[in-house]
Design a protein. Structure first.
Length: 198
C-alpha cells in the first residue's frame, strides 16, 4: 500500500493497532476498539436507546451529533495510547450493541474501574455479563491489576445486577456521588481482588 502522507500513515497505524486489540468473548460476542468507521453506527445505537440510557448515564445530552461521537472515539484512542483506560465496542453477531471497558486505570495502585452500557434492544441476552467477565479476565490476567471496581447508581438494578452476579463485594455507598442532569444520585461501590477472581 502506498503511504502518501503523514495522515495516511497515522490512519494505517491506528487500524493496525485496532486489529491488535480485538478479541472474541465467545461465538456471539467480540470486543474491539472503535475507529471513525463506527461513528454513525454508534450514534444510531445511542439515539435508539437514548430515553432508556438517559435515566442513568450523565453524558446523553452532550452526545447528540456525529461530531460528538467522533470526539468520543478519538478520546477512547487517546486513553488506549496513554494506557489510562480502555473503552471497547461490544459486537453481538457482528452488530454494535454497546460499550464496556476500563474508564480509568490507576497503574500506581493497579486498580481498574469498569464502566458499561448496552443498547435497549440488546438487553436480556446475557451480553453484558459475558462482556464484563471478559474485561475482568483481561484486567487481572493481562494487565496484572490487583483490584477492579464497578460503581452503579443505588437504584439502577440492571447495572448493579452485573457485579452482584459476578461475585463482587459491596464495599460502600458513595452519597450523592454523581450529578445526573438535575439531581445527585448515590452510588454503590463494588470491588473484586485478583486473589478472589476465579
Amino acid at each position: 500500500m502506498l503511504v502518501r502522507n503523514a495522515y495516511d500513515k497515522m490512519i494505517i497505524n491506528a487500524r493496525e493497532m485496532m486489529a491488535m486489540f480485538a478479541f472474541n468473548v465467545d461465538d456471539e460476542i467480540s470486543l474491539r476498539l472503535l475507529d471513525e468507521r463506527y461513528a454513525g453506527e454508534l450514534l444510531q445505537l445511542i439515539n435508539h436507546s437514548r430515553e432508556d440510557l438517559r435515566e442513568w448515564l450523565p453524558w446523553l445530552d452532550s452526545t447528540t451529533t456525529p461530531r460528538h461521537v467522533a470526539e468520543f472515539i478519538q478520546g477512547a484512542w487517546m486513553m488506549y495510547e496513554e494506557r489510562s483506560g480502555l473503552r471497547l465496542g461490544i459486537f453481538y453477531h457482528g452488530r454494535l450493541a454497546g460499550m464496556v471497558g476500563f474508564n480509568t486505570i490507576d497503574w500506581a495502585n493497579r486498580i481498574g474501574i469498569i464502566g458499561y452500557w448496552l443498547g435497549s434492544h440488546f438487553q436480556g441476552y446475557g451480553i453484558m455479563t459475558r462482556s464484563v467477565t471478559a474485561i475482568i479476565d483481561y484486567g487481572f490476567n493481562q494487565l496484572n491489576l490487583n483490584r477492579i471496581e464497578i460503581r452503579a447508581a443505588f437504584q439502577n438494578d440492571k447495572s448493579r445486577a452485573i457485579p452482584e452476579r459476578l461475585g463482587f463485594q459491596i464495599e460502600g455507598k458513595i452519597r450523592q456521588g454523581e450529578w445526573l442532569y438535575d439531581h445527585f444520585v448515590d452510588l454503590v461501590m463494588y470491588g473484586m481482588l485478583a486473589s478472589e477472581w476465579e
